[in-house]
Ligand binder design. Structure first.
Ligand code: TRP
Ligand code: ZN
Length: 855
């Protein structure tokens, strides 16, 4: 028998409320892989037993793009019915052995899901539903089993999950003793080199660590390895979590849809998220790599040992693991700047999602394609929700609740209900209202007013959440509002205290004060809301000068910057010198860390300003926003001609390059300063830095300034000559030319780069380098003539057949389309309708674009 599966199932909406357990348990799984690029055979031997906890149901296994060679039940050949998305088979109502041999074509798998090939190596990606492209299986996270794997090929290195077993000339066996869902399965085979090390756990177990890379990349592993060991230590120290296998392998892969994947004992990484060297990686790359290595490692407990019952519970592992990796980064590099960066990121990526047509709860209630729900809301807002919970219960109760969670749910496929219950049981609190954070979508708006009478200071808060798709009525949320009070001379008279708001409107009073205080509200951004606080410029300048909470000190400056820019855009105002002088005082304060001062020099992004204008009832004009930012930067460069060289001198690093917090902070300040200096010196300082740079941070920063200054050549060419054979650096080269292009040229530059010999559009990193940069070039993408939308649509239409997952993610570029004027809206709509009209449009893209158009 040799049958091709029917095509993928028709789009169908899956609902959380329809959850039913699978009718069988999987006792064990034995897989044999005979690897061949176009005809890999996968032989599965699986013991099933009826699941007493499940209602009776037909025996159905997921399977897509598989050619079934043979199948047997208890050793007898069977002919299963192949149906869209899998197969059905008559099986005994008793334990039985399932055997199936299938053939797959990894070399033609461009979707990068299932088993595929990347630069001559075999690798897998199974989350969320990729295992069904490897063999027939109940591909759902609540079906957990112990896997034994045999790989047969001529490849020198063959890896899978768990601990190594027997191996020989052309085979290797692996056994993973920990029951796991299929989405954590992984296999890698190739001509790989390793960077070995080891770690001894606090109970004394020695773990072999390896980072596996393509020949030539061995020199880019040392930093990742240090980050891995630091993560292992941190999880022991802070969460009491130890590693649980003899080996931990990481593999770097060039073609990968996302950042990295936490497969049990065999993490697979996009090479951009693990390979690093001072010459080829920026400080930001190093910090990101450290965070992603930690994130994937932390999943070993929050995700793998305790997994998700179904994909609606995705935030159970992702929100918690993002929260944990942000704590790790805060400990490694400083809490204040980490918090500022996280909030900037939340506002840049999650707020537009939550306030637009793609808005969905942290725990969605329905989806068509789960890959479309690996979102900033699930990840980053999911992490914010955990931060709020910790703030409400306190650090000690949080630690106790987590211990209980690991104790009670180790080995489980758990739910958000399980998660909240450990907090209820630990603290005796009722978290019913808090749970709305998981079910209610949209960003709450919080406003605050002040009253001062007879020595009593009162803060009155009001909250409301605007309607979002599918949710017209919103209920009040539990908001932990961290507040501090300052006396008029800037001393703190009330240290940070957490007000717990539960009503739509609620007042909190402070008495025993001798003078009217200044309130510092929502310290450390204690809840993911939009805060409306009617402060005067003088009030904000006071907080900028005196707030003891570093986040709110930054935020005061940020709001002054925003208001200054909005006034420049809407009324042609001149820059606010009250703000700039306050900022200058702070910039001159050498007691403040350079990285904090670098943050203070930052400005709100173009897209954020567009959102702010929209919120205030204006139609944002991308060109006016761009021009205002240019004018402001020019103004600052001229006004601070005396200050900037001083800061540049402070930012100098004389020691050999190291990607540590201290040096990184200095270089961040140096980069912000160079951007200003190169507006008044014709690019001289940037050219000097470019010529003398011995690390990528300085080289790339100076190249950016040169492009901005209109001095792109010959630096762009020199950079190309130097780095043309390094893929990750070439991604930077592609991206920077588009992101730094003047708005009027961005589309032309992007289009020209797509014709470059090194533009490999099937490689997600390269595709994203160009088109991610175009989308990020706000005024360039949102050209009034629609050329930005049209170019993106052309390429999304092209990529959809090859890689729907990456295509769908990039469709979110259109999510803000209704903010803009009629002309732009019409152009965006035309572009999206063209995408919708593509023959055989993927379910991924169909879902994304339909939601965006409907919103
Ligand atoms: N679980 C992964 C993480 O958070 C992310 C992930 C989901 C992923 N789907 C993927 C990674 C597909 C690569 C490809 O780290
Ligand atoms: Zn994750």
């Amino acid at each position: 028998m040799k049958d091709a599966s029917p095509s993928a199932p028709a789009p169908q909406t899956i609902y959380l409320k329809d959850y039913t357990p699978f009718g069988w348990t999987v006792e064990d799984v034995h897989l044999t892989f005979r690897l061949a690029p176009h005809a890999t055979r996968v032989i599965a031997r699986i013991h099933f037993a009826p699941n007493p906890a499940a209602p009776q149901q037909d025996f159905f296994l997921h399977g897509e793009e598989l050619t079934l060679i043979r199948a047997a039940v208890n050793g007898e050949a069977v002919s299963p019915e192949l149906v869209p998305g899998g197969l059905k088979c008559t099986v005994p109502f008793a334990p039985f052995l399932w055997e199936a041999e299938v053939e797959i074509d990894p070399a033609n798998n461009t979707a990068l899901e299932g088993l595929y090939m990347s630069s001559g190596m075999y690798c897998t990606q199974c989350e969320a539903e990729g295992f069904r492209k490897i063999t027939y299986y109940p591909d759902r996270p609540d079906v957990m089993s112990v896997f034994t794997v045999r790989v047969e090929s001529e490849m020198p290195v063959m890896l899978s999950n768990g601990n190594p077993g027997a191996s020989g000339d052309s085979f290797a066996e692996w056994h993973d003793p920990w029951p796991k869902p299929a989405y954590l399965f992984a296999l890698v085979a190739g001509d790989l080199r390793n960077h070995p090390d080891s770690f001894t756990t606090k109970s004394g177990a020695k773990v072999d660590l390896n980072i596996w890379v393509r020949p030539g990349d061995e020199g880019k592993c040392a930093f990742g390895m240090e980050a891995l060991k630091a993560s292992m230590k941190w999880d022991e120290d802070v969460y009491g979590r130890e590693y649980d296998l003899d080996v931990f392998n990481i593999v770097a892969v060039d073609d990968f849809n996302m950042g990295a994947m936490e497969n049990k004992g065999l993490n697979i990484f996009n090479s951009s998220c693990v390979l690093a060297s001072p010459e080829t990686s920026t400080d930001d790359n190093f910090e990101r790599i450290e965070a992603i290595i930690a994130h994937e490692y932390f999943h070993n407990w929050t995700g793998n040992r305790i997994t998700c019952r179904d994909w609606f519970q995705l935030c159970l592992k992702e929100g918690l693991t993002v929260y944990r990796d942000s704590q790790f980064t805060a400990d490694m590099r400083g809490a204040a700047v980490k918090r500022i960066n996280d909030v900037r990121d939340l506002r840049a990526r999650q707020f537009p999602e939550d306030q637009g047509p793609l808005s969905h709860p942290v725990r969605p209630e329905s989806f068509q394609e789960i890959n479309n729900f690996y979102t900033a809301t699930v990840y980053e807002k999911g992490a914010e929700v955990i931060g709020m919970l910790k703030r409400l219960v306190g650090d000690e109760a949080y630690a106790k609740a987590l211990d209980l969670y690991f104790d009670r749910h180790d080995g489980d496929a758990a739910t958000i209900e399980d998660w909240l219950k450990v907090f209820e049981d630990t603290t005796g609190r009722d978290l019913t209202q808090f749970k709305r954070w998981y079910s209610q979508s949209g960003t709450p708006r919080l406003s605050v007013s002040e009253d001062w009478k007879d020595g009593t200071f009162t803060l009155t808060f009001e909250q409301h959440t605007p309607p979002t798709p599918g949710q017209d009525e919103k209920l009040p949320q539990v908001l932990p509002i961290a507040v501090g009070l300052l006396s008029p001379n800037g001393d703190e008279v009330q240290a940070t205290t957490v007000l717990e708001m539960t009503e739509a409107r609620q007042a909190f009073s402070f008495d025993g004060l001798s003078a009217r205080p200044r309130a510092s509200v929502l310290r450390a951004f204690s809840a993911p809301v939009v805060l409306h606080q009617a402060l005067s410029r003088e009030d904000r300048a006071f907080l900028l000068a005196h707030d003891t909470d570093p986040f709110n000190r930054w935020e005061a400056g940020n709001e002054l910057a925003r208001d200054c820019l909005l006034a420049m855009i809407a009324e042609g105002a001149t820059p606010d010198t009250l703000w700039l002088d306050g900022l200058e005082t702070l910039l001159r304060d050498t007691a403040l860390d350079p990285d904090f001062r670098a943050c203070m020099l930052g400005l709100p992004g173009q897209s954020e300003l567009a959102q702010q204008l929209h919120e205030r009832g204006h139609t944002p004009d991308p060109d006016a926003i761009y021009d205002a930012l240019q004018t402001l930067q020019q103004f600052r460069a001229e006004r601070w001609s005396d200050l900037l060289p001083k800061l540049a001198a402070e930012a100098r690093v004389d020691a050999p390059y190291a990607p540590n917090a201290e040096q990184t902070g200095k270089r961040a300040l140096g980069t912000a300063v160079l951007h200003l200096l190169s507006r008044t010196d014709g690019g001289a300082a940037a050219q000097a830095q470019f010529d003398g740079a011995d690390n990528m941070t300085l080289q790339l920063a100076s190249l950016a300034c040169l492009i901005r200054a209109g001095k792109a050549e010959p630096a762009v060419q020199a950079f190309y000559e130097q780095w043309q054979n390094d893929r990750l650096v070439m991604d930077k080269w592609f991206g920077l030319q588009v992101s730094m292009a003047e708005p009027g040229r961005a589309v032309t530059v992007a289009e020209a780069l797509t014709a470059h010999v090194k533009f490999d559009w099937k490689n997600p990193n390269r595709f994203r380098a160009v088109f991610g940069a175009l989308i990020g070039n706000h005024a360039g993408f949102h050209r009034a003539d629609g050329s930005g939308y049209a170019l993106l649509a052309d390429w999304l239409i092209r990529l959809d057949d090859k890689n729907p997952q990456t295509t769908a993610r990039m469709c979110s570029a259109f999510q803000t389309w209704t903010r803009y004027d009629d002309g732009r809206r019409a152009q965006a709509k035309t572009a999206m309708e063209r995408i919708m009209a593509k023959p055989n449009l993927s379910r991924d893209v169909n879902e994304m674009v339909s939601r965006i158009l409907a919103g």
